[in-house]
Design a protein. Structure first.
Lengths: 491, 350
């Protein structure tokens, strides 16, 4: 049942494609406009992903393995762009430097916004590396450069591949950032098509191509990953690494790091703040109501996602088997699809089966659950795996009924995992733009959609307070992710 | 109330873990079930506790059927306490709240917790500690105190001492036995440690391959093991070929010896079992009945490999002597072996 829910988006696109028939589909797909979109989207991924990987890995290595001056500050600053939604960063750049547009504008904004998605896993992986390996390599006569390329980098492969995949999926799914820069990708074209003809055949045909691109990426990543496992061999506790002195290169490294931080964080934020001071009088009432609606929707999304994820996690931890792996796979696959496809599918499904639900909060919350499920699933599964079944048995042998035993023993122990997962879902939902734009009931204005309607009509000053709220809403999630990557405990 | 198991069987998939286990445990008895890993001993406890259902057979406490073909009483209504291998203390609750966990709401918890901690010889200052702040032995005693809150008729202990280091182990075991003694509860312990099993209580049961091979008083089981496997499991043995010499006597490498117990079932070819503790060894002045083949030092003593001439009963055996006696022997010397008490006979399969 849950798995079926998770597979609705894929089913929708396939069903729409089959319903259209080959002729209509090919007429819609094989046309110059689609070719142009394909070139744009593919170039974006081909340029954007390696650039993000270089920035992400380079940044992680600089702060973790070299004596970069101010490395603690940079360690946090490199993760900070995650707190600025890409469409806010794009607004910051576009309103500060109006000439930025097209492919290179898109690459600049997207890479500076998304490279932390490689940086954080790379940081976590480097921290997990045994410095002893690097020392052994040195004792075998390798220089710093050789050690980096032959010892450090190969061990980061999984982290970089995983991070690169996430960046690529974000590039495919991003709508707001590219719409600002007048750069057309499949996602922006689908939104335009939807606004013109609703969930018509055109949107579905573009959705099909987008879906295929998505599958291609997932396949490439899983092939590249192979069955590789990099584990530390042998015992002994690792000791802190010896940091590489940068010497005369230090000013250069600092300059580069400052440039990255400036492009990814300082320029967009400065621009937002500048517009904030230009605003005549902020309509605080509207801002408060948008914040309230955002909180209500995203909290509801978080609660539902946790409920669904609990069922999934329970199944996969307590009854592991082929079925539970399949379910999890379906959940992860669906959530890696662009939000726009999820939204289109939910529009079509509700119209077909339950028209009463169309354009209600229900569809928005359902979209949040589908899109953000893994954010809840991962911590919950880890949390549940740490609660041994013997505790529930002990409670039962003390005369406590099974359900009550679960409530009094397992549930309290899951609280940290539920909070972490719920927070990540809620914060993701609060910043979600694309699906919310399509699905929100008429009259619902979240912070993201309010920002969007002001900013896209070039009313920059009105948009600025909403942008600030969006950034503030993102900060806790980024803090959580950073703490997780560096192995620090927030509690 | 007597805990009675009859004809219990349990399979996981195609593996038969327990076969036709029948056992009676009278009220107030402490029984240890011993077996190597995979003998089904933990599964038996989980069946009695109610965490698993038997495929066949019944479990009854007094007149009340706990599990059988018709009905199953869920674990929380059985009134049977269970202490898991690692104690399974709730990590989010303090010691006092762990102990009070199963008490009915609104009861006078403080006094009862105090009383149980006293029973478990736990210092009252530990009441507010969290489980991870306790030593392994303390954790086990808290787990036992917690299990006793329900005033269970039977308490089950699943290898509760195996996670402790040797010194702590003996000490905790003694504390637990004293505690069970004081509370007068029926207790069933499973373990793979023979000394633990033999010293735990009034009864011991030996499990092998899912069957309860033998059960009875520890002295009886140790003295007259039902087969060689049980004999070897419960202690060191010396086994030699033997031949009947009238009623109640056999000829073997040690000479003519009385038969303590005959477990051979009337087999034509038999083996005699003696425990090393029965054996006396002295350098022979003239003759003797065995030759020392080699001596290997074990630090605290020496292992002597002995060859018996014995005419028609050639045999070899190893015997350990303490350090102060080891100097009296050297390879090649003749020794005289005497055996106190008789032998136990088993059939010999070639």
């Amino acid at each position: 049942m849950l798995a079926l829910g998770a597979l609705v988006p894929i089913g929708f696109v396939l069903q729409a494609a089959i319903a259209m028939g080959w002729d209509e589909l090919s007429a819609l797909v094989f046309r110059p406009k689609v070719g142009e979109l394909l070139v744009n989207t593919v170039s974006l991924v081909v340029i954007g992903v390696p650039a993000s990987a270089v920035l992400g890995v380079g940044g992680a290595w600089l702060v973790e393995r070299t004596a970069l001056p101010g490395r603690r500050l940079f360690a946090v600053a490199f993760a900070a762009p995650l707190a600025i939604p890409a469409f806010v960063a794009s607004y910051g750049w576009a309103s500060a430097v109006p000439s930025i547009s097209g492919l290179w504008g898109g690459v600049l904004v997207a890479v500076t916004a998304y490279f932390p998605l490689v940086y954080l896993p790379a940081l976590a992986a480097i921290r997990g590396l045994d410095p002893g390996l690097e020392e052994s390599a040195r004792s075998l006569g390798m220089g710093s450069v050789a050690v980096f390329f032959r010892v450090v980098l190969p061990q980061l492969r999984l982290a970089v591949l995983g991070g690169g995949l996430v960046v690529a999926l974000h590039l495919l799914a991003e709508y707001g950032a590219f719409a600002f820069l007048r750069f057309d990708t499949f996602t922006t074209a689908i939104v335009v098509a939807y606004q013109a003809t609703f969930a018509g055949p055109n949107a579905a045909a573009l959705g099909l191509v987008l879906l295929l691109l998505c599958f291609a990426l997932l396949t490439v990543e899983s092939l590249a990953r192979g069955n590789a496992r990099y584990a530390r061999v042998g015992g002994g506790s690792p000791h802190p690494p010896v940091r590489l002195p940068l010497g005369r290169l230090a000013p250069l490294a600092v300059f580069g790091a400052v440039c990255v931080v400036a492009a990814s964080t300082i320029v967009p934020l400065a621009s937002v703040v500048r517009w904030l001071f230009r605003a005549d009088a902020t309509d605080l009432g509207a801002l408060a109501s948008a914040t309230g609606q955002t909180l209500a929707l995203s909290l509801a999304g978080a609660v539902c996602a946790i409920a669904v994820a609990l069922a999934f996690a329970w199944l996969s931890v307590r009854y592991p088997g082929r079925l539970s792996r399949l379910l999890e796979g379906a959940a992860f696959l669906t959530s890696s699809l662009p939000a726009i496809i999820v939204a289109l599918a939910l529009v079509a499904t509700t119209l077909a089966f339950a028209p009463g639900l169309y354009q209600t909060a229900f569809t928005v919350i359902a979209a949040y659950v589908v899109i953000f499920l893994p954010r809840a699933l991962v911590p919950l599964r880890a949390g549940l795996a740490q609660v041994p079944e013997s505790l529930e048995e002990a409670a039962r042998s003390l005369g406590i009924a099974p359900l009550l035993a679960r409530l009094r023993v397992t549930v309290p122990l899951l609280v940290p995992a539920v909070c972490a997962g719920g927070a990540l879902v809620a914060l993701g939902a609060a910043n979600e733009l694309t699906a919310t734009l399509l699905l929100a009931p008429t009259g619902t204005r979240t912070v993201a959609t309010s920002f969007w309607s002001a900013a896209s009509s070039l009313d920059y000053p009105t948009a600025a307070p909403y942008a600030i709220v969006l950034v503030l809403l993102s900060c806790p999630a980024v803090a959580l992710m950073f703490a997780h990557a560096t192995g620090r405990n927030l509690r | 109330m007597t805990l009675s198991l009859s004809g219990l069987s349990k399979s996981f998939g195609t593996t038969r873990v327990l076969r036709d286990v029948t056992l009676e445990v009278p009220e107030g008895t402490r029984i240890a079930l011993v077996g190597s890993s995979g003998s089904g001993k933990s599964t038996l406890l989980r069946l009695i506790a109610g965490f698993e259902r038997p495929d066949a057979g019944t479990i009854a406490l007094g007149d009340r059927e706990l599990a059988g073909p018709r009905s199953t009483v869920p674990a929380h209504r059985r009134g049977i306490g269970y202490v898991a291998q690692d104690g399974a203390l709730f990590p989010h609750l303090s010691v006092a709240r762990n102990i009070a966990f199963g008490m009915p709401r609104g009861a006078r918890h403080v006094a009862r917790v105090h009383e149980l901690m006293e029973l478990a010889s736990l210092d009252q200052t530990l009441a507010d500690r969290m489980p991870h702040e306790l030593s392994g032995g303390q954790q086990q005693r808290v787990a036992l105190a917690r299990a006793l809150t329900q005033q269970p008729k039977v308490i089950l202990l699943d290898e509760p001492f195996s996670a402790l280091d040797t010194g702590l182990r003996a000490q905790t075991r003694q504390a637990v036995v004293d505690m069970l003694e004081r509370s007068g509860v029926t207790a069933m312990l499973v373990t793979h440690d023979r000394d633990e099993a033999l010293s735990f209580g009034q009864q011991v049961g030996v499990l092998a391959g899912g069957r309860l091979v033998q059960a009875g008083a520890p002295t009886g089981v140790f003295d007259a093991p039902i087969d060689v496997r049980v004999a070897e499991f419960l202690g060191d043995v010396m086994l030699v070929s033997a031949r009947s010499a009238g009623t109640d006597a056999v000829d073997c490498a040690f000479g003519r010896l009385p038969v303590r117990h005959d477990r051979s079932g009337g087999a034509a070819r038999v083996r005699a079992m003696v425990r090393p503790e029965q054996v006396r060894l002295a350098p022979a002045v003239d003759g003797g009945n065995a030759t020392v083949v080699s001596i290997r030092s074990t630090g605290a003593g020496a292992d002597l490999t002995l060859r018996f001439g014995g005419g028609s009963f050639p045999a070899e055996a190893t015997h350990r002597v303490p350090l102060h006696a080891a100097a009296r022997f050297q390879a090649g010397c003749q020794v005289q072996i005497t055996v106190d008490g008789g032998v136990v006979l088993y059939p010999r399969h070639e």
